[in-house]
Design a protein around this ligand. Structure first.
Ligand code: GLP
Length: 268
């Protein structure tokens, strides 16, 4: 049966009746995704920050899943603005970042812990003890993955997970592969990812080859998912992810099965 499409003034609501078979283990019945198509990056960030703010206002002790990369920077700026205007209180929330490079410490400017400090944590009243990023310098990476997964479970799971998408369709650092990896794990980064992320490093050879990432199961168990993407270069992969076949070769395609997925897509 082809997917049923319903279009409203905000964009497109897709009721996906596809791909039920074999995936029910993840989340039960298929639900819908809401896509907001906006014209520019600022609007994308405004909408995303509003959604995250609403989550914090409704539940001041909620658990957020956070993402890195260039896409969410404007979202974090707006959240910090809301904090400065006394509109938001981060003191009760818990956060879990999606991923971290292996070998980069908390103080490494290219690491994601450092990124989170710069973009958000240093600017708001978050309790650092409750702001989690995988430890890329752990002596035993497999143990660190298990510890991180257990921490998320102990926190009661993630209420709202913010996601970007890689040029190859990765979410977190779940790279295209022959199978979806369920839990937090260590991954060998794709050459395409290493090249794409080299822009953040002085020397492309410095890009770590491995990373710790939440698994697809960890991400899919979040109660709500907010996927943001912008610019022409993400258009094709986003289309594949949202409308193409669900396959581990396009890891973000699994999001079609999430019961509460919002996508904010901006042209620029
Ligand atoms: C990294 C992160 C992803 C992120 C991706 C996209 O690889 N691990 O979580 O979605 O970058 O980055 P950008 O937003 O810079 O395109």
């Amino acid at each position: 049966m082809p997917p049923r499409l319903r279009i409203d003034r905000h964009g497109i609501i897709v009721e996906n009746t596809h791909y039920k078979l074999g995936y029910q283990f993840l989340r039960g019945d298929l639900k819908s995704m809401t896509i907001h198509h906006v014209s520019n990056y600022a609007e994308m960030c405004r909408k995303a920050a509003n959604m995250i703010s609403a989550q914090i206002l409704l539940n001041p002790t909620c658990t957020l899943g956070l993402a890195t990369g260039s896409t969410p920077i404007g979202i974090y700026e707006r959240l910090a603005d809301a904090y400065n205007k006394s509109d938001l209180d981060f003191s009760g929330i818990t956060t879990f970042n999606l991923d971290e490079y292996c070998g980069l410490s908390e103080n490494d400017p290219q690491g994601y812990y450092y990124y989170m400090n710069e973009q958000l944590f240093n600017k708001v009243n978050i309790d650092r003890a409750k702001a989690h990023v995988p430890n890329g310098t752990a002596g035993d990476i497999a143990l660190e993955c298990r510890r991180y997964e257990a921490l998320i479970t102990a926190a009661g799971g993630i209420d709202l997970q913010l996601l970007g998408i890689g040029n190859n369709g990765h979410i977190g650092f779940n790279e295209p592969s022959s199978a979806f990896e369920k839990d937090t794990h260590c991954v060998e980064l794709d050459e395409e990812t290493i090249i794409a992320n080299a822009r953040f490093f002085d020397n492309p050879d410095d890009v770590p080859r491995r990373a710790i990432t939440m698994g697809i199961g960890t991400i899919m168990q979040a109660k709500k998912i907010l996927l943001v993407a912008n610019g022409e270069k993400k258009k094709e992969i986003l289309q594949k992810a949202l409308y193409g076949p669900i396959t581990p070769m396009v890891p973000a395609s699994i999001l079609q099965l999430h019961p509460d997925l919002t996508v904010i897509w901006s042209d620029t």
